[in-house]
Design a protein around this ligand. Structure first.
Ligand code: AMP
Ligand code: GLY
Length: 424
């Protein structure tokens, strides 16, 4: 069958790379894709928020499965629109996608489904929210309800900081409509991990644990980014705890949505914090994490297309996941200045040398191909991903490969995976 992948990041390159290995696949189209996906299929310049354009493309190319990378098209109803045309889509409908698209919706659903999460209140009125902030102890967390490109969460250490965040969101409307409603949450403490599951609406299959590195600087300092690296498994969530944890954070949501007649098909991603009171859900995402997807897919032995079709056709209970025993690590190479202003258009060298090791794969994120050179075209440029017998070996292999790559202003964190090493 022909497959359409929606998105343009490192996640989508790794999806295309894994999907290409399936004997079920004829042609791969990527909308809009990047310099890496161009070598695996055909990039088509339709943007991820152009729902009618994506549906038309799927019809025109006789697509047998649409695989959606980012959350935006799901929140905008791409899965529902494809459903109306009888085109199978891996990714939930707009209702269930509110788990990511609206933090208030997500918290209310968690409360109804009795999922462990931080205490919270939802406000639509600035004055009432401000009064609440005055009465509370700190730290407190202020969150814009809607999608805010990962910038809508402020962990405030005092009233002044919390009020400023609230004012930015509700009065200055720096996130537009996304900040009209805010969620104010108790602050939790602990280590974070990502826990992802394939879901067919009723059953689920767990992927191994992983951990992202959101801050730009080493030792988790500086501003938040889209993610500077990831590794799997994350010892903070060991394999012997997967089932128990899934019963707390995955199963109740899947069951609750099924009972509401809104079955969740796709990837459910629980962002967890391991507190002294056990795991709590910080957020749900309705898609693969980026960069968690890269090491996870390198560790996945099973045919990804077969699993995705089982999700869409609701027959996941007949499928098992084969995972390679090796650890996986992804180090993101970013452009100088990211996550603020950065330059584009620099020539990238050394990717082929980095990939000479068969356990290394360089996934493109912000790149383009000008016919002869691969150029930088985004903030997160490449995700160098490697497997190893253990985490230490995977980390060493990853950095050896990363050091073979070069472009002007290249930056990477040197401590990806260290937290996992300290635990093993
Ligand atoms: P979110 O987009 O909800 O995952 O929030 C982004 C980041 O903010 C998380 O990865 C945490 O580091 C932090 N965060 C979110 N909620 C809380 C909370 N209730 N307590 C402490 N930190 C939080
Ligand atoms: N890596 C975090 C995310 O994809 O949201």
């Amino acid at each position: 069958m022909n497959i359409l992948i929606v998105g343009s990041g490192g996640r989508e390159h790794s999806l295309a790379w894994k999907i290409k290995q399936s004997p079920k696949v004829k042609e791969i189209y990527i909308a809009p894709g990047n310099g890496g996906t161009a070598s695996l299929g055909q990039n088509i310049p339709v943007s991820v928020d152009d729902i009618p354009g994506l549906v038309a493309l799927a019809r025109e190319k006789n697509i047998g499965l649409v695989v959606v990378g980012p959350e935006l098209p799901l929140v905008l109803g791409l899965s529902d629109a494809l459903d109306r045309e009888n085109i199978p889509c891996f990714g939930p409908g707009a209702y269930a996608a509110q788990l990511e698209g609206s933090k208030a919706f997500s918290k209310f659903l968690m409360a109804e489904a009795e999922v462990p999460t931080a205490g919270f209140k939802v406000f639509e009125d600035f004055a009432l929210a401000e009064e609440y902030l005055k009465a509370r102890d700190y730290p407190l967390v202020v969150k814009a309800d809607g999608l805010a490109a990962g910038k809508g969460v402020v962990v405030a250490t005092d009233f002044a900081e919390a009020r400023e965040a609230l004012h930015d969101m509700m009065v200055k409307q720096v996130f537009g409509k996304a900040g009209e409603t805010v969620v104010i949450e108790d602050a939790l403490q602990g280590e974070e991990a990502s826990f992802l599951a394939f879901c067919d609406g009723h059953d689920y299959l767990l992927l191994p644990s992983s951990q992202d590195h959101k801050r730009i600087g080493e030792n988790d300092t500086g501003p938040n980014t889209g993610g500077m690296g990831a590794y799997s498994p994350a010892p903070v969530l060991p394999q012997e705890k997967y089932e128990e944890t899934a019963h707390q954070v995955i199963r109740p949501i899947i069951q609750h949505l099924a009972e509401m007649g809104r079955p969740f098909k796709g990837i459910l991603y629980a962002g967890l914090m391991f507190t002294q009171y056990g795991p709590k859900v910080l957020e749900y995402n309705v898609r693969f994490g980026d960069p968690e997807c890269q090491p996870l897919l390198m560790r996945l032995e099973s045919d990804l297309v077969e699993i995705m079709l089982a999700c869409v056709e609701q027959r996941l209970k007949d499928v098992t996941l084969k995972i390679r025993p090796e650890a996986g690590v992804c180090v993101v190479l970013s452009a100088d200045g990211y996550p603020k202003q950065y330059k584009k258009g620099h020539v990238i060298t050394g990717i082929d040398e980095a990939e000479k090791d068969s356990l290394v794969k360089v996934f493109h994120a912000g790149t383009s191909f000008d016919g002869s050179n691969i150029l930088t075209s985004g903030g997160r440029v490449l995700g160098v991903t490697a497997l190893g017998q253990n985490l230490q070996e995977a980390i060493s292999r990853c950095y050896t490969a990363a050091d073979r790559i070069n472009f002007q202003g290249m930056y990477m964190r040197r401590d990806i995976g260290q937290k996992g090493l300290e635990k093993t």
